[in-house]
Design a protein around this ligand. Sequence first.
Ligand code: 5RP
Length: 238
Amino acid sequence: MEQDTIGLMKEAAGKAAVDNMVKSGMKLGLGTGSTAIHAVRRVGELLAQGTLSDICAFPTSFQTEIECEKLQIPFFTLNSRELSAGLDVTIDGADEVDPQNRLIKGGGGAHLIEKLAAYASSEFVITVDESKLTDNLGGGFPIPVEVIPSARVQVTKALEKIGAAVILREAVRKAGPIITEHGNLILDIRFNILINPSSLEAELNQIPGVVENGFFTRKPPVVYIARSNGTVEKRLPV
Ligand code: 5RP
């Protein structure tokens, strides 16, 4: 599919989610990536128009925080008085979505805080174009595993022991690995056997040194799916 078409689909999904889910006075989790950024921009646009007011946002990455700054969307940490009671809605993107609305996230390396936002929210909403749909979660996109730097070798060995092929994620325009917002590394892992995403999500986090992995199987979101024919479908969790 043409990049322009994909870009338009991402924008349509992000806008549809905001227009349907966001109301004045809400506390909002704002996700990361090239789809979620359209939701952030739509919130900024509606605030500037005066259609929305009194929004408190929680950005899930430096990318989103910088966009909030640019758009003058008021943002806070989850520890702040403004947001410590929790979020109303979190809108984010995903790398893969299966028929049960289970996800792989973390293509942008922000899955740790994205999971925190998802669990802090009454409503969890995902926006994707249809190319992200899969019947076999983890069969295409690698599963990101965030690890503390001193556990890199031990965790790699533990992952290989359970059958994973492991690649340390490299930075672009910086020599060496990427460093997350929390000073950690990311191992991208693949399995060439059929996996059970729900049990693997729990199992990966049992390995000492793993901070969080990119499976999102325990809080299935509402998913807005942009189709190449220009429509956006809202798919409820099963
Ligand atoms: C970042 C994420 C993103 O939401 C995910 O990678 C999708 O990104 P994009 O919309 O750019 O394809 O999980 O950690």
